[in-house]
Design a binder for this molecule. Structure first.
Ligand SMILES: [Zn+2]
Ligand SMILES: [Zn+2]
Length: 561
């Protein structure tokens, strides 16, 4: 039997999940197959070898007993699975083709097929290219189909965080690499990662290249020379390995970390990086290299080629914010709307993080899809929070708030009589993304004119790798926020990270404070704060520019308009 890579095994499981979905099978079962496929794709060890070695697959998180059985069959039959074959026959040729495109949602495809009166993927592709899907089914549907049909390269930083330790371990244990450090976009904490870059130090680089080709069972080598090699691993991301020496470690790390713009700036200042190696200067650590260049050590998150080189030369780098500077979260949901935990549970969890306050921001009445709460239920919730604050001596203060929808005409989704009872508001757009740049910009500006508007939630509405944000004249919005006394948030959800670092930098320069919020929908999600703080660091935010670094009394004063 041919050896199967983890990617090939995962593909069979995804195909199966896809056809179970066509059959409208139990969604939990479908999700279980998808989860198992993801676990396999991100695994450094070869599943094929594990099966042949009779290892217990259920030891892998995400793989239960029945899926473990399916995987064994796939390996033993060289990629075939009886259940999948049966399903293919059962659903017919056209639906069976869907199993090749695991990102394509069968429900939506069915809807398109019905509306456009087509019945095959070939027709779907053709109509996509003709623009029919966008025209007749809307931009979101078109985007979904396009993304599902065209394979992507790129993963969220959050996903990369889960994969990187496994790659490092593989390099150490299976490739005999003694020294390894992750660099590139990942080290600079860029929100979407297309290439994971590792700096290593070994005698025989070719041995490492050969050994790494067995990552995840089998991994494709894309290019290689004497000191670098690029692979495409199953996790939809490339891996770059670069070999260096102990003497050059610091300089190599600096170069491997980038960004290109940052390195250009270093050159612009007349610093020839290559010449450093010829000079007697030490290149063993980054610190030594920056010192030789007459610069402060620049934190990786700041290396984007804005003004960090000039500031490092003048010894005026900002003291970047850290998670310990955060005093509380100003955007969190509970079971009253679409969250998973109660106010009490959310309060206890944020107290455990050492927070002094927590703003409860359930969705407002119009957002039915997220169980937005009615005016009367909000009143009840506010009274409950008052009681809670009175009875609790725990030192955490619950702030009364709501994530208020900005309606299409720019009005807010609760009457002023309710809004004025809140400590502050987070106001967000959840509808009519396709409004057009001017209309969307003015919709937000009109909302900011309401004196109860405080913080603009996830300002552009982007979903990383899924959809771009709505069209917005961000400069105008920032200027309007400055004039009216409104604020922004960096939404720390790993698939939003909105404001982007660029937009946050822009707000910072305009002197508008930013809250770093998690938008937690469960107690666990408070931990997303690290991602928001990292984006804040990339924007150059210090403690003084972040709203929720303020102590409670000062925060409350600042939020008064
Ligand atoms: Zn929202
Ligand atoms: Zn929210």
């Amino acid at each position: 039997m041919p050896r199967l890579s983890n990617a090939e095994i995962a593909k069979v499981l995804l195909g199966l999940a896809q056809l179970l979905s066509v059959q409208k099978e139990n969604p939990f079962k479908i999700r279980a197959y998808r989860r198992a496929a993801k676990a396999i794709v991100n695994l450094s060890e070869s599943i094929d070898e594990l099966v042949r070695g009779d290892s217990d697959l259920t030891a892998i998180p995400g793989i239960g007993k029945s899926i473990s059985g399916a995987i064994r069959e796939i390996v033993q039959r060289g990629g075939a699975l009886q259940l999948l074959e049966d399903l293919r026959l059962k659903v017919g040729q056209h639906s069976a083709a869907l199993s090749e495109y695991p990102l394509l949602d069968p429900g939506r495809v069915e809807c398109i097929y019905r509306k456009l009166q087509i019945s095959s993927l070939a027709e779907l592709k053709e109509r996509l290219e003709r623009g029919d899907i966008g025209q007749q089914m809307g931009a979101r549907m078109e985007q979904h189909v396009r993304q599902a049909l065209v394979p992507r390269i790129g993963i969220l930083l959050y996903e990369a965080d889960h994969i990187v330790p496994g790659i490092e371990e593989f390099l150490r244990e299976k490739c005999d690499v003694r020294r390894v450090e992750v660099a590139g976009d990942f080290r600079r904490r860029v929100e979407v990662i297309r290439e994971l870059s590792f700096l290593i130090q070994v005698q025989n680089f070719q041995n490492v290249v050969d050994a790494f080709a067995r990552y995840g069972g089998r991994t494709t080598l894309i290019s290689a020379d004497a000191t670098t090699a690029v692979f495409e691993i199953p996790s939809e991301v490339r891996v770059r390995l670069a070999n260096t020496t102990e003497e050059l470690w610091g300089l190599s790390l600096l170069i491997a970390t980038g960004s290109e713009h940052h390195l250009e700036k270093l050159f612009e200042l007349g610093h020839d990086l290559a010449a450093l190696t010829n000079a007697k200067a030490s290149c063993r650590t980054e610190e030594a290299v920056y010192r030789t260049l007459g610069l402060q050590l620049i934190p990786a998150e700041l290396r984007e080629g804005y003004d960090e080189v000039e500031r490092a030369a003048a010894r005026r780098l900002p003291a970047l914010i850290t998670t310990t500077d955060i005093c509380g979260d100003l955007h969190a949901h509970t079971i009253s709307s679409d969250g998973a935990h109660t106010i009490d549970q959310m309060a206890a969890a944020s107290q455990k993080k050492g927070y002094k306050y927590l703003g409860i921001t359930d969705h407002s009445q119009s957002l039915a899809i997220a169980r937005g709460i009615s005016e009367s239920d909000l009143w009840a919730q506010l009274r409950y929070i008052d009681e809670l604050n009175e009875r609790t001596t725990s030192g955490i203060r619950i702030l009364k708030s709501a994530e208020v929808d900005i309606l299409v005409d720019g009005s807010l989704d609760y009457p002023d009589a309710v809004l004025k009872e809140l400590d502050y508001t987070v106001c967000s757009i959840h509808s009519r993304f396709g409004l057009g740049k001017t209309a969307q910009t003015e919709r937000i500006m009109r909302a900011m004119d309401n004196r109860y508007f405080n913080i603009l939630g996830h300002a552009t509405g982007r979903r990383l790798l899924k959809r771009p944000g709505y069209d917005l004249d961000f400069e105008r919005v920032v200027e309007h926020a400055r004039q009216t006394g409104c604020f922004f948030e960096i939404n720390s959800s790993p698939e939003r990270l909105d404001l982007s670092a660029t937009n946050a930098r822009f707000a910072l320069q305009a002197g508008v404070k930013i809250a770093i919020n998690t938008d937690a929908h469960s107690t666990r999600e408070f931990d997303f704060i690290t991602y928001g703080v990292e984006q804040g660091r990339r924007a150059g935010l210090d403690k003084g520019s972040v709203l929720n670094c303020l102590p409670l009394a000062k925060l409350q004063r600042t939020l008064q308009r």
